[in-house]
Design a protein around this ligand. Structure first.
Ligand SMILES: *Cc1c(COP(=O)(O)O)cnc(C)c1O
Length: 373
C-alpha cells in the first residue's frame, strides 16, 4: 500500500545526516529539532501554535483534556473512522455520539450532525478522512450556534486546504479550536516511528496543551494539572523536518496517482471513484473506491492473487465495535456507514508508484469487475 523503503532510499543522504546529528548531540528528548520542527510546521500551516506530542491518539486526548469537558458531556464524531477519537472520548468518561456520514465524501454530514446535537453536546470531532476536509462551514456554524468546541482530527489530511463559502483557503487542522495530527509512518506527513501534534490559534489553549503533554507542568517538578507524558522525540523531529520540506511534492505525486486512477477507472458503472469536494483540496492519503455492484471481498482476493495489495478502511462501523456496546448502538443506527463498510476498497497510493504498477492495477481491477457483472 505504501513503499517506505523506496522513500527512505530516495532521501537517505539527508535523513542519515539529520539522524547522525541527533546521535552526536545525544539530545534525545526535547532536542533542538523538536522546537525547530514545531516552528516550521506552524509556518506551513499558517497557524500560531504547534505543540508536538507522542502520537495522534495522544493529541486527541490532550485536546479534549485542554477543553475541560466534564464526565457525561457528549462529543459528536463520525462512525466511519479509525477508533482513536472514540477511544479518547470514552477514556475521559465522555459520551461518544456517533454520526453517519456523506457517502460521497466519507466525511461527517452536517445535517446529521445537527440532528445529533442535544443539550449535553459539548464538542464535535470532525475527522478529515482519506485526505480531504469535512464540510466545515456548516459544522463551524452549528458549533457557534450551540456553543460547541471543535477539534479537527487531521491525521489523514495534513496539507489539504479547506475552501470556505467566501473562498478563503485555510489548512485543515487550523479551523477549529484545536487541530490534531499523527506522523505515523503511513500518514501524509510521516516520521519513522510514532509522532503527533496539536495546533491552535489560541495562546491560552496552547499554553495549557504544552503543560498537559508535559505532566501538567510548566516548571519541572511543579505540577499544576494532571497531564500526560507525551513527547515527540528528537530523532523523529529531525526526520519530520526533512519530510515537511518534501510534503508538497509528495502530495502532488499522490494527486497524479489519483488522477491516473480517475482516468482509467472513472465511468465504470460498477464502482464509484473518490468524490472531490468543492470545499477543499484532496491530498489523497487514501484512494478509496466504492464497489456498487459485485462482491468487494472477492474483488479484493482477485487483486491479491495478482500481487496487488488493497485495504478495507474501514470494515466495521465504530458503532458496532465491541467496546462501544455499552452505549447501546445497534445495527441499522448508521445505515450509510454500515453499507460503506461492505463496499469500500482502498487501492495502493504513494509517492513511489510507477506507471507500470498503475497500469497493472487498473487492468486487473477492470477485469475483475467485468467478471462480477
Ligand atoms: C492514524 C490516525 C489516528 C491516530 O494516530 P496515531 O499516531 O496512530 O495514534 C487518529 N485519527 C485518525 C483519523 C487516524 O487516521
Amino acid at each position: 500500500m505504501v513503499d517506505l523503503c523506496s522513500h527512505y532510499r530516495r532521501f537517505k543522504p539527508e535523513i542519515d545526516l539529520a539522524v547522525n546529528e541527533v546521535m552526536e548531540a545525544a539530545a534525545f528528548i526535547n532536542g533542538q529539532a523538536v522546537g525547530q520542527f514545531a516552528g516550521e510546521l506552524a509556518d506551513y500551516l499558517q497557524t500560531p501554535h504547534v505543540i508536538p506530542c507522542a502520537n495522534g491518539t495522544d493529541a486527541l486526548q490532550a485536546a479534549l483534556m485542554a477543553l475541560d469537558l466534564k464526565p457525561g458531556d457528549e462529543v459528536i464524531t463520525p462512525g466511519f473512522s479509525f477508533i482513536s477519537s472514540v477511544e479518547v472520548i470514552v477514556l475521559l468518561g465522555l459520551k461518544p455520539v456517533l454520526t453517519d456520514i456523506n457517502p460521497y465524501t466519507f466525511n461527517l454530514d452536517p445535517d446529521l450532525v445537527r440532528q445529533t446535537i442535544t443539550p449535553f453536546t459539548k464538542a464535535i470531532i470532525p475527522v478529515h478522512l482519506f485526505g480531504q476536509p469535512a464540510d466545515m462551514d456548516p459544522i463551524l456554524d452549528l458549533a457557534a450556534a450551540h456553543n460547541l468546541q471543535v477539534i479537527e482530527d487531521n491525521a489523514q489530511s495534513l496539507g489539504s486546504c479547506h475552501i470556505s463559502h467566501d473562498n478563503i483557503r485555510r489548512r485543515t487542522g487550523t479551523l477549529g479550536a484545536i487541530g490534531t495530527t499523527s506522523f505515523f509512518p503511513t500518514k501524509p506527513l510521516a516520521c519513522y516511528g510514532d509522532g503527533g501534534a496539536l495546533m491552535t490559534a489560541d495562546p491560552g489553549l496552547a499554553e495549557k496543551i504544552r503543560m498537559i503533554v508535559n505532566h501538567g507542568s510548566r516548571i519541572k517538578y511543579h505540577n499544576e494539572l494532571i497531564g500526560m507524558n507525551s513527547r515527540l522525540d528528537t530523532l523523529q523531529a529531525a526526520i519530520l523536518r526533512i519530510n515537511l520540506r518534501h510534503l508538497d511534492e509528495a502530495i502532488e505525486r499522490r494527486q497524479q496517482v489519483a488522477d491516473y486512477y480517475d482516468r482509467h477507472l472513472g465511468g465504470h458503472p460498477a464502482i464509484r471513484i473518490p468524490t472531490r469536494s468543492i470545499y477543499g483540496t484532496h491530498v489523497f492519503h487514501q484512494y478509496t473506491i466504492t464497489i456498487l455492484e459485485g462482491n468487494r471481498d472477492r474483488i479484493r482476493s482477485g487483486l491479491q492473487e495478482a500481487g496487488i495489495p488493497s485495504m478495507v478502511y474501514y470494515p466495521v462501523p465504530l458503532s458496532l465495535q465491541k467496546p462501544l456496546a455499552i452505549f447501546g448502538y445497534r445495527e441499522g443506527d448508521l445505515p450509510i456507514t454500515e453499507d460503506l463498510c461492505r463496499r469500500v476498497l482502498s487501492l495502493p497510493i504513494h509517492t513511489e508508484m510507477t506507471e507500470d504498477q498503475l497500469d497493472h492495477i487498473c487492468r486487473t481491477l477492470l477485469t475483475l469487475l467485468d467478471h462480477e457483472a
